[in-house]
Structures are given as structure tokens and as C-alpha cells.
Design a protein around this ligand. Structure first.
Ligand code: OGA
Ligand code: NI
Length: 348
């Protein structure tokens, strides 16, 4: 018998012994060999942030080289010695968990209607378009250039404000190193995307324990919009990334930041730094919380490949305003790199 439910939130469904049939992702299921346990990755690049901000030019250039290599070979790296207090990281995770534990009516006050609404609580990725849903609730909040925050739980505003400002500084410094690694001026990836007014989105992801985790998915394979995404989680694993055609579980170093390159870095770099493809799986034991911040251009920036990089090589992407891209990506179904494909110029 078909057991189909309209999703309200995933928290409610996690209390039943079986998952509804419209949460079963057969493609993931058939493909589960891709997640065999020895795919645990211990070769993910590590970037020492203290070297990147060092006044010693040799140390800095070593760090820039590592950063460039990580972007080119992986589109993913872990950042250590980043200076964000562990206590603050824990507070933002705990407070986000508290948000998802609020009664549904209270969370519904924050249910956005439009994908560009500055505060948006919801379930799956785009439940209005999906036929099969994902085992995930989310809270998306625009935190820069204008800071927003839900009014609950108490103290959330202060904690997210402090965390997102600090993480934004880290993102900007990483982007200046990435700029140099591309042979561009240090400030290129600050000026061209107009980071002074850049859009930063705070995303809380809630993946409760699932009775049949092997049948469903937290988030499908996708790349992120924007330049860089920075993720932390509550030490429950679930993030997987695609590397050389294989899926790898990410085991984060304690207290590290997980960073992946986004579609707009791929466009700016004219395809040299491909946006990373990743997904989230769920487990049957414990709730996983991840905190994701996306760091993108200003909404009005028209993004195209960096002009110094299209001297010898032709531009591989057509220009598109970040606002239009974001709207396109967020109002469709999440599917690999399908949004980026729309701006890609086919070879020849
Ligand atoms: C995302 C994302 C992965 C995770 O929010 O874009 O990829 O592990 N999240 O929560
Ligand atoms: Ni993502």
C-alpha cells in the first residue's frame, strides 16, 4: 500500500517506524555501493588559516599554493587555526537545535513564501516542486548586507550575528588567497563580486534520526550557488563529497571549518575551480545539525569570468546577475549542477 504524506516537517515523521513512500529515493538506494565504508576520506586537503594571514611572505605564499591546489583538485578543504572560538561554534549549533525544537506553530511564523524572503523556514529543499522529499528541515536567513534573525529562541540573534560576522571575515581572507592563487590581484574576488555588499546566507539544516536511513537522503547531490560555502556540524557525520567520481564521507577534524567552492567561483575562475558536488545522508541514531553559510556576490552583481582569465581562453560561461541565478537555483529542484549548466557555454 502506498503510504504518502504531504510534508509538514521532518521532525514529526522521524517518530514513525517506517518512512513514507514519497521519501524513498530509489536512485540513491541503487547506488548505495557508492558509500561503502572504506570510502572514508583522510586525504581531504587541510588549509592552515594562520599561515594565510601570516606576515611572513614565504608562509603566506605556501598557504596560497595549497589553497589553489585544494580548489583545483577538490573544490573542498578543511580550515584549521581559523580563530573562531569553539564556544561560539557550539553555541550557534545548540541554538539552531533549539530553534528546530520549537513548537511547529512558532516555527511557522518564519515560513517564507518567496525564495528571496530574508527568513525562510521549511522542509526538504523545494517541497512545492518535489515529488520525492528529503529528510531535512531548514532555516535560511539572509545575514549580510542586511542582518536578519528569527526572534526565537532567546539569544539567537546575538549568537548568529557574532558567528556570521566572524565567519564572513574568514571567507573574505580565503577569497583573497584564492584570488592570488588564480594569478589575479589579491582584491579581485572582493571587488568584482562587490563583497562589501555581498549576500551571505545562514542555513541551519536539521536531519533527525531516520528509521530507514538507507532508503532516503538528507540532501541530494548538488553544488552550491555563491563563491564559498563554510559548514560546521554537531559532530554527527553525514556530509559526503564527490571526488574523482567517488563518494567520500567527510570526517571533520575537531573544530575545523569545512569549505567548498561554489558555482560563482567556478564562473569567475572561468572553469579552473569547479564547484564541488556534495550531498547529505542521514542515520538512524541521532539528529544531525549542520550550519552552513554561503558567501556570494551582491545580488546586483552580474557574474562573468574574470577578464584577465579570458585573454587566452574564451569565456566558458555567459554573464548572469547573481539575483537571477539564486532565484533560478532556489525555485527549481536541487539536481547536481543543473543550474550552472544553464550558463555554461558548450565547447565550440
Ligand atoms: C547545503 C549542504 C550539507 C550538510 O546546505 O547546501 O550541502 O551536510 N548541506 O548539511
Ligand atoms: Ni550544499
Amino acid at each position: 500500500m502506498e503510504n504518502i504524506v504531504q510534508p509538514a516537517n521532518i521532525k514529526q515523521l522521524s517518530e514513525f517506524p517506517l518512512i513514507p513512500s514519497n521519501y524513498v529515493h530509489s536512485s540513491y538506494n541503487n547506488n548505495s555501493s557508492a558509500t561503502d565504508p572504506d570510502d572514508v576520506s583522510n586525504s581531504i586537503p587541510i588549509v592552515d588559516f594562520s599561515l594565510l594571514t601570516s606576515h611572513d611572505p614565504h608562509q603566506r605564499s605556501t598557504a596560497i599554493h595549497q589553497l589553489g591546489k585544494a580548489c583545483q583538485d577538490w573544490g573542498f578543504f578543511m580550515v584549521v587555526n581559523h580563530g573562531i572560538p569553539e564556544k561560539l561554534m557550539k553555541a550557534v549549533i545548540d541554538c539552531t537545535h533549539e530553534f528546530f525544537n520549537l513548537p511547529e506553530e512558532e516555527k511557522q511564523e518564519f515560513a517564507g513564501k518567496h525564495v528571496l524572503d530574508p527568513i525562510r523556514y521549511g522542509t526538504s529543499f523545494n517541497a512545492s516542486k518535489e515529488i520525492v522529499f528529503f529528510w531535512r528541515d531548514y532555516l535560511k536567513v539572509f545575514v549580510h548586507p542586511h542582518f536578519h534573525s528569527p526572534t526565537k529562541p532567546q539569544g539567537y540573534r546575538d549568537i548568529t550575528s557574532e558567528y556570521t560576522q566572524k565567519i564572513r571575515e574568514v571567507a573574505r581572507k580565503l577569497l583573497s588567497g584564492i584570488s592570488e592563487s588564480l594569478g589575479l590581484e589579491e582584491s579581485f574576488l572582493d571587488r568584482a563580486p562587490d563583497l562589501e555588499s555581498g549576500l551571505q546566507i545562514f542555513v541551519g539544516n536539521y536531519y533527525p534520526g531516520c528509521p530507514q536511513p538507507e532508503l532516503t537522503m538528507g540532501l541530494p547531490a548538488h553544488s552550491d550557488h555563491g563563491l564559498l560555502t563554510i559548514l560546521i556540524n554537531n559532530q554527527v557525520e553525514g556530509l559526503q563529497l564527490q571526488h574523482q567520481g567517488k563518494w567520500l564521507h567527510v570526517k571533520a577534524l575537531p573544530n575545523s571549518l569545512l569549505v567548498n567552492t561554489g558555482d560563482h567561483l567556478e564562473i569567475f575562475s572561468n572553469g579552473k575551480y569547479k564547484s564541488n558536488v556534495h550531498r547529505a545522508v542521514v542515520n538512524n541514531k541521532e539528529t544531525r545539525i549542520s550550519i552552513v553559510t554561503t558567501h556570494g556576490p551582491s545580488l546586483e552583481t552580474v557574474v562573468s569570468p574574470a577578464s584577465p582569465l579570458v585573454d587566452k581562453d574564451p569565456a566558458a560561461y555567459i554573464p548572469m546577475k547573481y539575483r537571477d541565478y539564486l532565484e533560478l537555483q532556489q525555485s527549481n529542484i536541487l539536481d547536481g549542477k543543473s543550474s550552472l549548466e544553464r550558463v555554461k557555454i558548450p565547447n565550440n
